[in-house]
Design a protein around this ligand. Structure first.
Ligand SMILES: CC(C)(COP(=O)(O)OP(=O)(O)OC[C@H]1O[C@@H](n2cnc3c(N)ncnc32)[C@H](O)[C@@H]1OP(=O)(O)O)[C@@H](O)C(=O)NCCC(=O)NCCS
Length: 154
């Protein structure tokens, strides 16, 4: 597996990983209604690609396929972290998280933070994040559960 910057051709691959990570991995922890609201059948591929392009996206690639991706901004906020269900528990998210921590530190951030799903909470806690608050945002009319989590950067 290698990590690399997002490329113009990564729109479909990242959207596919996003969709399958929610529909397969996160579906363990969320109802069918919540999964449908989160995965969003109505995502426009061009808008998705445009957002990924500007979000400082890092891609994990294996056998020339996208197997995971994340991003980080200058405040150390991670908007997305998704891994192909076929590659779960192989350290893909750990490698992406290490990239996010290194990049955030280089950008001058003092901490890493994200909105962690029920599914991802154990991952973030295993990586030294603490839960700040549980939240129940409404997404496409459906009440979700997530957690603001954060970790200081040394
Ligand atoms: C959360 C997610 C990104 C983790 O990806 P991953 O590549 O499987 O994670 P890693 O292999 O790097 O896991 C590293 C460690 O985190 C912890 N961990 C990861 N998933 C876990 C789980 N489901 N339950 C408990 N601990 C978990 C473990 O300590 C694991 O180490 P181990 O496998 O040696 O026990 C992935 O499960 C995913 O895409 N989930 C669905 C989408 C989602 O919720 N994204 C986050 C949005 S905030």
């Amino acid at each position: 597996m290698i990590l690399r910057d997002y490329a113009e051709t990564d729109g479909p691959g990242t959207l596919d990983v996003f969709s399958r990570a929610i529909r397969q991995t996160a579906a363990r922890d969320y109802s069918p209604e919540q999964v449908a609201a989160w995965a969003g059948d109505d995502i426009d591929p061009e808008q998705w690609a445009a957002r990924r392009r500007v979000a400082r996206t890092q891609v994990a690639e294996a056998d020339e396929r996208v197997v995971g991706f994340t991003d980080v901004d200058e405040r150390g906020y991670v908007d997305m972290l998704f891994v192909d269900p076929a590659c779960a528990r192989q350290g893909v998210a750990t490698a992406l998280m290490n990239w996010a921590a290194m990049t955030a530190a280089q950008l001058g951030a003092a901490e890493l933070s994200t909105h962690a799903s029920l599914t991802a909470r154990p991952f973030f806690e295993a990586h030294g994040f603490a839960v700040v608050v549980e939240q129940h945002p409404v997404l496409r009319g459906v009440v979700m559960t997530n957690f603001v989590v954060r970790r200081t950067l040394q």
